[in-house]
Design a protein around this ligand. Structure first.
Ligand SMILES: C[S@@+](CC[C@H](N)C(=O)[O-])C[C@H]1O[C@@H](n2cnc3c(N)ncnc32)[C@H](O)[C@@H]1O
Length: 253
C-alpha cells in the first residue's frame, strides 16, 4: 500500500519537474513577443534542452535503439524532434529517410546533427508537414504503398486523431513494409488513468499537445491486418507514461 503510494508520488514528481521547465520556457517565449507561436517554440526548446536525458533513458531502459536500427529502405521518421533517433538509424539499410517534422523550431538542430553525419545526411530530407498532410507528402513522392518503414517514436500522443494517423501509416506502407513504434499510452490501471486525465489538463497545452491517455494499441489493432514481429508494453500499473512498442509488418498479400 505504502509502496504503491510512493511509486505514484515519484511518478507524479517527474511530471511536475517537466511541467515547471516547460512553463518557464513558455513564459520566456511570450515575454520575447512571440505570443502566437509561443507554445510550439517553447515545446521545442524544452525538448531540445532535455533531449539528451531522454536519449540516455531510451538507450539504457527501452527497446528504442534496437527498434530504430531495424528501419530499412524508404523510411518515414515521424516527428524526429531534436533528432534523438538519427544516430540509431543503420545507414547500411536505409536508402532514403524523410523526417516529417511540422514544428520548424526543431529544424535547425536537425540540420546541424545531419551535417555532422555525412552517411545519413545525404539520404535524409526534412519535410515541414504533418503526417496527415497528404498534399505535402505527395510533393516529396510519398504516396500510398511506397514506404518501406514508418518509424514512430513518441509521436502519436501529439497527433489530433491517433486512430486516423495509424490508418494513414498503413496506407503509406508498401505490402511487407515495417511499422516500428514506441509510444506512451493510457494506463490499464483505473487510478493511474484518473491521474493521467488530471495531469492532461496542464500537460497537454505545455508539452506540444501530448496526451497521456492515448489508446495506441487499440488504434493499431483496429487497423490492419498486421504480421506481429515483436510487441511489448510496460507492466508497472503506477507509471503515468507506460510505454507500448512493436515491430509490425503489413502483409505481403
Ligand atoms: C515527443 S516529440 C518526439 C521526438 C522524437 N521522435 C524522439 O524520439 O525524440 C514528438 C514530435 O512529434 C511531432 N509531431 C506532432 N504532431 C505531428 C504530426 N501530426 N505529424 C508528424 N509529426 C508530429 C512534434 O513536432 C515533435 O517533434
Amino acid at each position: 500500500m505504502l509502496e504503491g503510494f510512493l511509486n505514484r508520488y515519484n511518478a507524479s514528481m517527474d511530471l511536475i519537474e517537466s511541467i515547471q521547465h516547460a512553463l518557464w520556457y513558455l513564459l520566456q517565449c511570450i515575454s520575447s513577443g512571440n505570443v502566437l507561436g509561443a507554445r510550439e517554440h517553447a515545446f521545442a526548446i524544452w525538448y531540445i534542452t532535455l533531449g539528451h536525458h531522454f536519449a540516455i533513458f531510451e538507450e539504457k531502459c527501452t527497446p528504442v535503439p534496437r527498434l530504430v536500427a531495424q528501419a530499412t529502405g524508404v523510411t518515414l521518421e515521424l516527428g524526429p524532434g531534436s533528432g534523438n533517433q538519427l544516430s540509431r538509424l543503420d545507414t547500411r539499410y536505409v536508402n532514403k529517410v524523410y523526417g516529417i517534422e511540422p514544428n520548424v523550431h526543431f529544424h535547425k538542430i536537425l540540420k546541424k546533427k545531419l551535417s555532422d553525419m555525412p552517411d545519413l545526411g545525404h539520404k535524409y530530407t526534412i519535410v515541414t508537414a504533418k503526417l496527415e498532410d497528404e498534399q505535402a507528402l505527395r510533393e516529396h513522392d510519398i504516396e500510398p504503398g511506397t514506404v518501406d518503414t514508418v518509424l514512430c517514436m513518441q509521436v502519436l500522443c501529439s497527433v489530433k486523431d491517433p486512430a486516423a494517423a495509424v490508418k494513414q501509416i498503413y496506407r503509406l506502407l508498401k505490402p511487407g513494409g515495417h511499422f516500428l513504434y514506441w509510444e506512451h499510452c493510457r494506463s490499464s490501471d483505473v487510478t493511474t488513468r484518473m491521474l493521467q486525465r488530471m495531469w492532461n489538463i496542464v500537460w497537454r497545452p505545455l508539452i506540444g499537445g501530448c496526451s497521456l491517455t492515448v489508446r495506441i494499441d487499440e488504434a493499431v489493432q483496429k487497423t490492419g491486418p498486421w504480421v506481429v514481429k515483436e510487441s511489448g508494453h510496460d507492466e508497472d500499473p503506477h507509471k503515468l507514461m507506460p510505454r507500448s512498442w512493436a515491430h509490425l509488418r503489413k502483409p505481403e498479400f
